[in-house]
Every structure is written in structure tokens, then in C-alpha cells.
Ligand binder design. Structure first.
Ligand SMILES: O=c1ccn([C@@H]2O[C@H](COP(=O)(O)OP(=O)(O)O[C@H]3OC[C@@H](O)[C@H](O)[C@H]3O)[C@@H](O)[C@H]2O)c(=O)[nH]1
Length: 290
């Protein structure tokens, strides 16, 4: 047994001795594929092929069956227990699944158009939400509206009924919900005082539990998340109505002034300024000059 082990060792020693490293390829070897492409006008053929393919996909018309238009029966208005994920819904009604199905816009060749996203908009039947939904649908995304119709109205999104890229789910965000989406716009909340004071505990639940549920969903499916807030965070407005250019009554630049004034105070404190000077700066700060 022992001799056998020794013999094997000897074998491997032989193998090591007979090893010769692979010769290093000359640097111009990397240009071989390029030269191959340039030979016999291969590159020209590739370019012509791409051009023909582009022309083909641009020219062929994109047609949905006539049954899509205005057929309200096709829209999945469902409660939280019986919704269809958007993909399933698309597969059922879209004959082009697997071939640019997501880019249902049509005439642009596959690969050149941005991929349509699957988006959920909570509170999408409300004022802001419904306009956002219009924009997203126009962009070519698939949108799922989740709304409990507390203040929102079905009429706000009714014009999308029949569109295979649109889905409406009656659901309260306080209850968990699982959807396969790429992005979440979380707008569901009673917005005006008359509504959020109607049931304050429910309002808090919607804001806290509802947002947690949606954040949990975002984490679970790896979706990007947008949470809307209120213009109240800008302070009591000094202009009515407020334009888009109005920054609000609370301006972050104010904090810069505060920081600079603090740094300045620390700086001059090195020269031991009089108490009078310090009081002067504090007075300036209190009066809003800094
Ligand atoms: O628990 C809830 C509460 C509310 N919602 C929904 O959330 C949506 C909120 O939309 P709202 O229209 O009430 O509120 P919005 O924030 O879109 O607009 C509001 O604020 C801006 C103002 O200019 C608008 O006039 C005002 O309507 C509604 O569709 C409502 O049904 C839920 O889905 N769940």
C-alpha cells in the first residue's frame, strides 16, 4: 500500500515536470475578429441586415383586435381577492405576447423603445392620481390603479376602460396587497380636512399602515417607490393660488443662512468679540436677517 502511494506521488511529479505554459498570444490576435468582420464585406452585410430588420419592424402595422376598444367588460374591476395581475390580463387579451407585448405602442422596432413599466398607482382614481395615470398610460406603461373610492371616482379613470394596459382594483391600502410591479406611486389618502377629519383614526391607519403595506410590497418585488405628501409641508402659503415656481413659505436656503451665521459666529469668537457683538448677531438672527 505504502509503495503504491509513493508511486502515485512520483507520477504527479512527472506530470509537473512535463508542464509547459501556454504561449502568450501576440497582442494583434485581438484584432482577429475585427479583421474577420471587415473581410469579404461582412460588415456591410450586417449593416444592411439591421437596416432591413428596422424597416420591417417600422412598417408592419400594430393591430389590436377590435374588441379592445370601449369594451368595458374587458376591464378587470375587481376586489382585492380576485384581481388579475397585469401580465395575466395582457396575455389573455394581447396576441403579441412574447413579441414586444410590453411595448404595445407599436411601430418602433423592438429594442429601440424603452420597456414599458408595470406601475401601481394607489389613489389613482383621485384628482392627482387620475392625471398621473393618464400620463403613465400615454407613456406606454401598464398601470394598475388601487383605490377604495373614498374620495376618488371611477369616472376619473373610466376613459381607460378597455385599454389592455389599464387595470382597476377596488382595495383599501390598509390591507396588504401583492402585485408584481416595477414602480409604486402611493397617493391613497384622504386629502382635504373634511375628509381626513371624518375618521381621524382611519386616516392615521391609511397613512401609517397603508404606507407600510406599500413599502413592504416595494421591498418584496424590488419596486421603486414614490410617496406623495402635502403642500402644507412648505408652510402656510403667502401666495394664492400657488404657481409651480412658488417655493413655499419655508425655504431650505434659510437653513444655509443659519449655518453660515453659526460658522461666522464661531469664527469671530476666536478673536474674543465683545458680548455686544454676539448679542447683535443673535438679534439679527432672531429678526430673520440671517
Ligand atoms: O384610504 C384611502 C383614502 C383615499 N383613497 C383614494 O385616494 C385618492 C385621493 O385623491 P383625492 O382626489 O381625494 O386627493 P388628491 O390628493 O388627488 O387631490 C386633492 O389634493 C390636491 C387638490 O388640488 C385637489 O383638489 C384634491 O382633490 C382618492 O381616489 C381616494 O379614493 C384610497 O384609496 N384609500
Amino acid at each position: 500500500m505504502g509503495s503504491e502511494l509513493i508511486y502515485r506521488g512520483h507520477d504527479s511529479q512527472l506530470a509537473t515536470d512535463s508542464y509547459s505554459p501556454k504561449p502568450i498570444k501576440p497582442w494583434f490576435a485581438v484584432t482577429q475578429p475585427i479583421r474577420y468582420m471587415l473581410r469579404e464585406q461582412r460588415l456591410v452585410f450586417v449593416l444592411v441586415g439591421i437596416a432591413i430588420a428596422t424597416l420591417f419592424f417600422t412598417v408592419i402595422p400594430t393591430s389590436y383586435p377590435a374588441s379592445y376598444g370601449g369594451a368595458r367588460g374587458h376591464v378587470a374591476i375587481s376586489d382585492s381577492l380576485s384581481y388579475y395581475p397585469v401580465e395575466t390580463y395582457q396575455r389573455a387579451y394581447n396576441p403579441r405576447v412574447g413579441f414586444g407585448a410590453v411595448n404595445s405602442g407599436g411601430k418602433i422596432p423592438l429594442g429601440l423603445k424603452r420597456k414599458g413599466l408595470r406601475i401601481v398607482v394607489t389613489g389613482g382614481a383621485g384628482f392627482v392620481g387620475s392625471h398621473l395615470v393618464d400620463r403613465l398610460i400615454a407613456r406606454g406603461d401598464s398601470v394598475i390603479v388601487v383605490d377604495n373610492f373614498f374620495t376618488g371616482r371611477k369616472e376619473n379613470v373610466m376613459h381607460h376602460f378597455g385599454n389592455p394596459n389599464f387595470e382597476l382594483i377596488r382595495h383599501d391600502v390598509v390591507e396588504p396587497l401583492l402585485l408584481e410591479v416595477d414602480q409604486i406611486y402611493h397617493l391613497a389618502c384622504p386629502a382635504s380636512p373634511v375628509h381626513y377629519k371624518f375618521n381621524p383614526v382611519k386616516t392615521i391607519k391609511t397613512n401609517v399602515v397603508g404606507t407600510l403595506n406599500m413599502l413592504g410590497l416595494a421591498k418584496r418585488v424590488g419596486a421603486r417607490f414614490l410617496l406623495t405628501s402635502t403642500s402644507e409641508v412648505y408652510g402656510d402659503p403667502l401666495q394664492h393660488p400657488q404657481k409651480e415656481t412658488y417655493w413655499g413659505n419655508v425655504n431650505p436656503i434659510g437653513t444655509y443662512f443659519f449655518s453660515f451665521s453659526l460658522i461666522f459666529l464661531v469664527f469671530i469668537s476666536q478673536f474674543r468679540p465683545s458680548r455686544k457683538a454676539c448679542r447683535f448677531f443673535i438679534l439679527l438672527y432672531r429678526n430673520g436677517a440671517l
